[in-house]
Write a protein that binds this ligand. Sequence first.
Ligand code: F6P
Length: 475
Amino acid sequence: MGRLINVSNRVPLAKTAAPGGLAVGVLAAMRARGGLWFGWNGETSGQEPGEPEITIRDSLTYATIPLPQTLYERFYSGFANGTLWPLFHYFLAGFRYDDQEYAAYEQANALFASRLLPLLAPGDLIWVHDYHLISLAEKLHAQGARQPIGFFLHVPFPHYEVLRALPTFAEILRAMLAYDLVGFQTETDRGSFLDAVRVLWGAQAVGEGGTVNTGGRTVRTGVYPIGVDVEAIGQSAAKAASSAPVQRMMQSLVGRRLIAGVDRLDYSKGLLERFQAYRQFLESFPEQIGQVTFLQIAPLGRQKVQAYAQIRDSLEQSSGRTNGRFADADWTPIRYLNRNFPHATLMGFLRAAQVCLVTALRDGMNLVAKEFIAAQDPDNPGVLVLSNRAGAACELTEALLINPYDTRGIARAIQRALTMPLAERRARHASSLANLRENDIHRWHTRFIDDLLAARARPASRRSAELPELSAFRH
Ligand code: F6P
């Protein structure tokens, strides 16, 4: 096969912010296949970017560009994170739409396409990641690219009734149909996408196996739940357990049991509900007061989007309230940290935890849930309390599944996790680990790339799906 070209807005070079879950998967694909990773360099400039800067790090090749300041704000803080992110996570109350921001999104996608195009060779395979770059295939085709292009959505895809709150939802769907292969985290996400296609193009547009036929071309769809490198995490967590930062943290617990949460600070992660649930847990089970410590690590991001500044304030108040009410001279109930740690240290913290809280109100997958399972000592594993609204719940059915809005239910699950007998903890952990091994990170990228190669084998027609009369959908 030719080179693999990964494209995402965020790339994991040091000068950009913490890369998050997407980077784990793309890095694994790059390490296995080599190739090029194209994206934003994390900087803004006063003018249009020139040629991409090539960086080679740890034998991987990156090509990056800065984005013009105003464009970046309207594209990234605006349409990507003020419109698509809340919409795709079902937060219509926090959703907004602005024509200018949508235009900037299209412009940023066209800019990515124009700077990527000169780097492409005929045999390349292009894999585009996530909601920032949905229009990239359309723009690449318009500029003459003929390589197969796949798209993977790392976040959920909303049901049609939510999707249609977006005035340009039909354009977004059409842009997704410009790919040769569109991948989702769960069957529910793919089902929502196909339902929306049926509404716009009719039931006959969706064929067997979830292929979509519109405008004389066929688009394959698939479900590729992203996984983790189970062995590597297990080893790194075991090694980190004796590292200085993890040892210091353990000593500071003075024998108390650890409840851990690790999330990028985002309103979709259900942190406010989690803090409230922990308070209710202390109220409902007073024998646990002073016996446990809740460590919540929540690095900041997207602070220019108002909703992120608001949730930050609310969380500070909430953790302060709990600590003010329950803390003692020698005990702080919640340790709430807005900073990041090296990945190995995080794995060490997760290994040390008896309970991990993943209470996302909606999440495409949630790799922390999977990392926690992979990081545990199988002889004495901790317990995962997992939101039934995270993609990971489809596979990790042996976790204690909770509704993230049911704070009393979460409180009870914490107590159950802390008092669960060893045999049950082992059995649940073994079953979860087996699921993780079956669907690990290597399977994720291998299956996607194999399917994209199969899509390449078909004769390519580059005609876009024609949009139906949109006025019918705009009221
Ligand atoms: O969940 C989607 C995602 O792309 C993650 O993979 C990643 O953690 C995060 O969003 C990156 O967000 P940002 O680029 O805004 O920091």
